[in-house]
Design a protein around this ligand. Structure first.
Ligand code: AMP
Length: 181
């Protein structure tokens, strides 16, 4: 993407100060999603390296990863599999716990959501500490999936999430970065 387009994409993301807690700059992608041209550009650009390659499924992380992941799956002619907070999926699941700033959370995936050896792209709107995405990588790998890449519209590089995923040998693709939290 050329610098002007990237600038425009970044400007389409709304920042809300002190949400949901004081000190957090919440990066709100609803303004990007509501802009037809920016939504299409973000999806096209995120998956450009895999256009034409075989991708079996896109795994989206609840909830904004569902919106982007569904569009990306369509674009790549791949299936879609949801990764959800615990207790939301109706069939048999596998679950993994991960730490948050305060305490623990758990995410899960249907046990039959991914088959051994499948080629998967993981999607969420934003990577911060990488805790959520790392848990998703563990879930997918526990089912024998091959993770081609993890894609996020937004990187918060100061929080180190991208490096954390790369240390797990997951290639990371992000489009725009914001400094700080
Ligand atoms: P993390 O596990 O720390 O990488 O956090 C990533 C998850 O939290 C993603 O699902 C994001 O949507 C959400 N998140 C974390 N920080 C922010 C932020 N500053 N603005 C918007 N969403 C965030």
């Amino acid at each position: 993407m050329d610098p002007t387009d990237l600038q425009e994409l970044k400007a389409s993301i709304r920042t809300i100060a002190d949400y949901p807690r004081p000190g957090i700059q919440f990066r709100d992608i609803t303004t990007l999603l509501g802009n037809a041209r920016m939504f299409r550009r973000a999806v096209d650009e995120l998956v450009r390296p895999w256009t034409g390659s075989k991708v079996d499924r896109v795994a989206g992380i609840e909830a904004r990863g569902f919106i982007l992941g569904g569009a990306i799956a369509h674009q790549l002619a791949a299936g879609f599999v949801p990764i959800r907070k615990k207790g939301k999926l109706p069939h048999e699941t596998v679950r993994v716990a991960y730490s948050l700033e305060y305490g623990l959370d758990e995410i899960e995936i249907h046990r039959d959501g991914v088959a051994r050896g499948e080629r998967i792209i993981l999607v969420d709107d934003l990577i911060a500490t990488g805790g959520t995405a790392e848990a998703a990588v563990k879930l997918l790998r526990s089912l024998g999936a091959q993770i081609l890449a993890a894609c996020f519209v937004i990187d918060l590089p100061d929080l180190g999430g991208s490096r954390r995923l790369e240390a797990l040998e997951v290639p990371v693709r992000t489009l725009v970065a914001f400094q700080g939290h």
